[in-house]
Design a protein around this ligand. Sequence first.
Ligand code: FES
Length: 151
Amino acid sequence: MTSIEARAREITARYRGKEGVLVHILEDLQEEFGYLPEEALAVVAAERGLSLAEIYGVASFYARFYFTPRGKNIIRVCTGTACHVRGASRVLAKLEEGLGLKCGETSPDLKYTLETVSCVGCCALAPVVVVNERTQQVLDPGKVLSVLKKE
Ligand code: FES
């Protein structure tokens, strides 16, 4: 048994005998591992008497669950209308170039995950990048990598 399987068993056991708790189990697993490893989902499937496909069916319904490891730093480029008009595509291109990642990818060292996000409610600052939970204005898309140095 791998350490992931062992930990998944412990987490799943907390909910033994309880109904309607699958999403809570998935949340706990994601909090533990940062994503939902297949071997952990297989443990849940066996424990709950469900197929792996059923587990994936539920988990994939929610955008907040991830099936691959995520970076320590989550970089989200806002591509909402205001940010789009003010250069979000240049910001994204510079980040892709600088990090050597395409949007949606995580660096092999798990340091960064690069994503886009719709409006984050700071349109007056457009274009913006959200690094982890911090929203930052990008005054010069050519220097956007400097926002990462603050993390
Ligand atoms: S469109 Fe980017 S913050 Fe609103």
